[in-house]
Ligand binder design. Sequence first.
Ligand code: NOJ
Length: 576
Amino acid sequence: MDDVTYETQELSPSKIKVGGGREWWRDAVMYQVYVRSFADSDGDGVGDLPGVTSRLRYIAGLGVDGIWLNPFYKSPQEDGGYDVADYFDVDPLFGTLRDFDVLVGDAHALGMRVLVDLVPNHTSSRHEWFQAALKSPPGSAERDRYIFRPGRGPDGGEPPNNWKSVFGGPAWSKVTGPDPESVSDAPVEWYLHLFAPGQPDLNWECEEVRRYFDDVLRFWLERDVDGFRIDVAHGMIKHEDLPDLDSDEEATGDPDPSGMSGDDHPYWDRDQVHDIYRRWRKILDSYPGERVFLAEAWVKTPARLARYLRPDELHMAFNFDFLKCDWSADDFARTISSTLANLAEVGAAPTWVLSNHDVVRHVTRYGDGPTGIARARAALLLMLALPGSAFIYQGEELGLPEVTDLPDSVLQDPTFVRTEGRVRGRDGCRVPIPWEESGPALGFSTGAPWLPQPASWAELSVGHQSPDATSTLALYRRACELRRLLRPRCAGADFKWLHAAPGLLAFERGGSLSCVVNCSDVPAEVPSEALRIGPVVLSSATSNALVDAPQRSKPDAPKAAPLLPANSALWFAQLA
Ligand code: NOJ
């Protein structure tokens, strides 16, 4: 079988225009920056905002439309900053408000939008409100901002119900408080924390809480952010009676609680949460520019997700069903079809994501090693060919795998401690980025990185991959570049599945782009309908994308379709 090279059309970077048009978010590519692991400017081993600013050109060079920054607010960092002690300031670990303003200004100058993380379900236990609540008696206004309840049992010594923390252990802690004197005559109370004890849940029935977050939104909108990713967007409203869960519904320490959500669940995905989003949308829309909300909502079905995306609520929501697909054409096809159908009903744009700071990196989920990389490269072509917006998690453009052998002593995810080591947690997908082939922390920091990088990551570094046209980094750059070029023709174009053999996915977008993904372990024929769209413009395989099919033995038999190698994907398009 001889290799066949198919024509690949050349692109000039000058054809690429940075920044989207109207409703930019409907087909944007966003890049997730996990600040503490991206780039460290001051040598303390932890990434920071000036570090991000110093690498903005790299991000813009990928061809993305914007960034989403994980939390950088003042925080004791019990859960990687998702325990906010001050919503109006930057933690010194990450810099200053001035550093933030510089970052936003520079990103905008490079044509990129900036989304920040909003953490409204819980504060840090070091937040001034929670400290005040600890010093105040049961029934006080200070305690009403959170969810305090008397315990069960003779002395109130048992938690108020059987809810479990997502990170393991009970979702309730008994109040001792820093100043037990002032509450010494009061009955013992417990407070709710669906995550770590350092993350007490706010009481969203309290109007003061709602007003406070109105101010938080305004504060960052006035600093020119383009929108917010909303943490635990499906969890803020709790059933007023806080009923016990049936035992088979109990949280298990899995950060994905979607198996338990539904309109009758006592805390996930309750209908009243939508009132909050309608309120927030009015605030957001009162600012100029097209600013957006993006929900982190682990819900049961695409139909439930669509409810967050009604026209007067949020703009986008992560599509975790896509992230949870196995490497299977059937699984992908089912999820894509159901996402498109459900979101079309509310006129919402679909989103696609393969990895983030909470899940095992997809190179590893797809099998690790060369197979995992091949599949991850193909998955990128799948994701970027679909209608809607896409999210890239820092480091996936380098093909980084999950680091599975971090020593126990360095693990920081609260899950590890709360499950007594049974669940190792999410540190393995948060290891700092390798920028250079050599030097301290592979260019991430001049000091020791907060999590050690594997020595083998030298070859995955930006410095190593940049000059290599076959690298995963080069594939990401080219895919984003091509997507931008094709964007005007694909925007609003019909999505159509093409007939394909089992194990293959094939679809086209309004006659302008077709994508074929071979999820099987053997080469497979490219469907002729896909070939008709145009020449190959991009291949996920590192060698020639198509190989000649073995020809029939009779010389006059029709020529068979070319074969697409296992675990690879192709785009066909007319670029001219
Ligand atoms: C979702 C965030 O992505 C995760 O990192 C965090 O631990 C939980 N929400 C709690 O805030």
